[in-house]
Design a protein around this ligand. Structure first.
Ligand code: UDX
Length: 467
């Protein structure tokens, strides 16, 4: 399990050197200032570029302009503040200002799942391009970073050609982003690879590649692979990467189901598999499965798009990947009910974790919150604590009870559920918890605790995929 670097210790050696230098040539805008956009804007300003972040949400613009990050992301707020202090980083809600300012415009808006459908909702992407394009009067590069269904870039290039007064001097490139929440700064400054989806026309492609190489010069100098491709391939790299990761997690969780039936231990199994270089241990962590704003909706949008293209058979396995993932949540609820003797009525459940993963305050499609809400709906009294996601969790699930510490969340609990493996939870002392719970019963939804330690302290310890 990787731990993100502590605050202020993000590896910035390559980028801090030029902070007093004049700004680099290209002026950048970043459209959409969520997890992706805010991180990209602050990191590019730290690399020495003048950056203007744009968001249609005025409150977000005000907070970012005041150096107040609207979400939790380790190491990002110091970078934001440094950018603002240097004068190189600003925020606006004006498309006219962005169009006038930028040589390179990064499109970083969200593409959530449509309500009631598998497909992605492209209204933010379309809205941003429709608003920006008619204002683009001088040569510029529009760089899409949002995760989109294959074919979107081609269509947006058409919109740009139709609407931009700059005509052929406004060029589109697609440059998918692979950052993980919790490691966003690290992943942005030190990516595994940079993928550039380029237009078919040779002159435009050469120009776009040259500009992108200049923008990412620091990373390229550090040896980061730079892969050029056409638009559809670049779009597919992102969704297929997420599909692979989701498949790997669901694979080990399917093995967990078999382990449960065969009284085997999936954590041992996973460890043994991990030593095979061809398999590798990353994303082979069995537990409550994947959630968040990317993996679940991206595999669903990928299936929907493949269907539109007549290639649905190729991705039917992703439906199974999704189902295995959802089954883990159901299994967790079943296990908790079993542990309580068959019913949640009149029983108290302490839930540790609400974020979809540690080091994030994001509760979108969070397995933890899903399990908590389901137990509440079945009559349990559920109290939740999460080190960072309380505000978002309260907003998403107002009917749950919330506590402000681990001990208050588990006080009087007949069973404790560990659902997000924050470091503070992994390091809890079974003795401290034993003093406040009603029953020493713990379910480890992330295989994050040491069973021997908990059993030795008198706890009934159970976990997904383990005897
Ligand atoms: C993911 C991709 O990793 C990233 O490259 C892409 O740009 C966006 O989507 P993120 O959503 O931040 O990033 O989370 P990630 O670290 O991938 O975790 C996704 C989910 O999988 C979490 O809920 C996590 O708990 C779960 N997970 C991860 C497991 O259940 N087991 C594992 O072994 C790893």
């Amino acid at each position: 399990m990787q731990v993100p670097p502590p605050f202020g210790q993000v590896s910035l050696e390559a980028v801090t050197a030029n902070r007093e230098e004049p700004a680099l040539a290209h002026r950048l805008t970043v459209i959409g200032t969520g997890y992706l956009g805010a991180t990209h804007a602050a990191c590019m300003a730290d690399l020495g570029f003048e950056v203007l972040g744009l968001d249609v949400d005025e409150e977000k613009v005000a907070r970012l302009s005041a150096g107040d990050l609207p979400f939790y992301e380790p190491g990002l707020e110091p970078l934001l503040r440094r950018g603002l202090a240097s004068g190189r980083l600003r925020f606006t809600s004006s498309y006219a200002e962005a169009a006038e300012f930028g040589d390179v415009h990064f499109l970083c808006v969200g593409t959530p799942q449509k309500a009631g459908e598998y497909a992605a909702d492209l209204s933010y992407v379309n809205g941003a391009v429709d608003a920006l394009a008619p204002l683009l009067r001088r040569p510029c590069l529009l760089v899409g970073k949002s995760t989109v269904p294959v074919g979107t870039a081609e269509r947006l290039a058409g919109t740009l050609a139709r609407l931009a007064p700059a005509g052929g001097d406004a060029v589109l490139a697609w440059n998918p982003e692979f950052l993980r929440e919790g490691f966003a700064v690290q992943d942005t400054l030190h990516p595994d690879r940079i993928v550039a989806g380029l237009p078919a026309e040779q002159g435009a492609a050469e120009h776009a590649e040259k500009v992108l190489r200049e923008v990412y010069a620091t990373m390229l100098a550090a040896g980061v692979p730079f892969i050029t491709a056409d638009y559809p391939t670049s779009e597919l790299v992102k969704v297929s990467a997420n599909a692979f990761l989701a498949t790997k997690i669901s694979f080990i969780n399917a093995m967990a189901e078999v382990c449960e039936a065969a009284h085997a231990d999936v954590t041992k199994l996973s460890e043994a598999l991990s030593y095979d270089d061809r398999i590798g241990g990353r994303f082979l962590g069995p537990g409550l499965g994947f959630g968040g704003g990317c993996l679940p909706k991206d595999i669903r949008a990928f299936m929907a798009r493949a269907g539109e293209l007549g290639a649905d058979q190729a991705l039917t396995f992703l439906r199974e990947v999704d189902e295995i993932n959802i089954r883990r949540r159901i299994r967790m609820v079943d296990l908790a009910r079993q542990q309580l003797g068959g019913s949640f009525i009149g029983r108290t459940v302490g839930v540790l974790g609400a974020a979809f993963k540690p080091d994030s305050d994001d509760v979108r499609d969070s397995p933890a919150l899903d399990v908590a809400a389901s137990i509440r709906a079945q009559g349990g009294k559920v109290t939740v604590y999460d080190p960072q996601a309380m505000r978002n969790a309260r907003r998403a699930q107002p009917s749950l009870d919330f506590a402000d510490s681990t001990l208050s969340a588990v006080r009087g609990a007949h069973v404790v559920l560990l659902l997000t493996e924050w470091k503070v939870f992994r390091e809890m002392d079974p003795g401290d918890l034993a003093e406040v719970v009603a029953e020493r019963s713990i379910l480890d939804g992330r295989n994050a605790l040491d069973p021997e330690l908990w059993r030795a302290a008198g706890w009934n310890y159970r976990a997904l995929g383990r005897p």
